[in-house]
Design a protein around this ligand. Structure first.
Ligand SMILES: [Cu+2]
Length: 197
């Protein structure tokens, strides 16, 4: 949300600067050229066609809408790990980031993340789970399983070796009441977004 604030404040300051500049120009015009004739010859108003004004306005509104969608409505796709013989298993594809980048698991049960690295860049050759003291190299086009057991509910991150790409592991409490609520994932995503403020 920091970026959004920067954009909004830069837009606001641009608007203020524009207002001050045009106000100054009007004052100057009135002061130096009292004659209406010279004013019209030197500062002829160029009337823009209506469709140009409309297109510029529509373009601006579309950009504002896109920005709002990007910062407020786009959510990371969350995916729940599947129980396979007592281990919660999920495949995470590593290709220009992590897919899924938001993994939901249950507390108190072993987790196996199968990292499939498709990205050649050295940036993604290592994956780290600092909360579980895990750092592992991912060979290209291979599945590298990483196992750990999360006992405490909460949100844990996994990142590339340089901390540029990241994903989230949400560990849910094992209470059956919480698990049964289908909205839990999206609610917690919103909570996560709020903590970014
Ligand atoms: Cu990196």
């Amino acid at each position: 949300m920091f970026i959004k604030k920067v954009i909004i404040s830069s837009l606001a300051s641009f608007g203020v600067a524009l207002g001050v500049a045009s106000g100054g120009a009007v004052a100057q015009m009135n002061h130096e050229m009292p004659s209406e004739n010279s004013q019209t010859t030197q500062f002829r108003r160029i009337e823009q066609p209506l469709w140009v004004k409309g297109a510029v306005t529509a373009g601006g509104l579309a950009l504002v809408g896109l920005e709002l969608w990007w910062f407020l409505l786009s959510k990371p796709k969350s995916q729940k790990a599947q129980d396979k013989q007592g281990i919660q298993e999920i495949t995470v594809t590593v290709d220009g980031g992590y897919e899924p980048s938001y993994v939901v698991v249950n507390a108190g049960q072993r987790v196996r993340l199968n990292f499939l690295r498709r990205d050649k860049s050295s940036c993604l050759e290592e994956v780290r789970l600092p909360d579980f003291h895990i750092a592992k190299d991912l060979p290209l086009n291979q599945v590298t399983p990483i196992e750990f057991q999360p006992d405490e509910p909460g949100k844990y991150t996994f990142t590339c070796g340089m901390n540029m790409f990241r994903g989230v592991i949400e560990v849910q409490p094992t209470d059956s009441a919480l698990q049964a609520t289908p909205t839990t994932a999206s609610q917690s995503t919103q909570q996560l977004l709020r903590t970014c403020d």
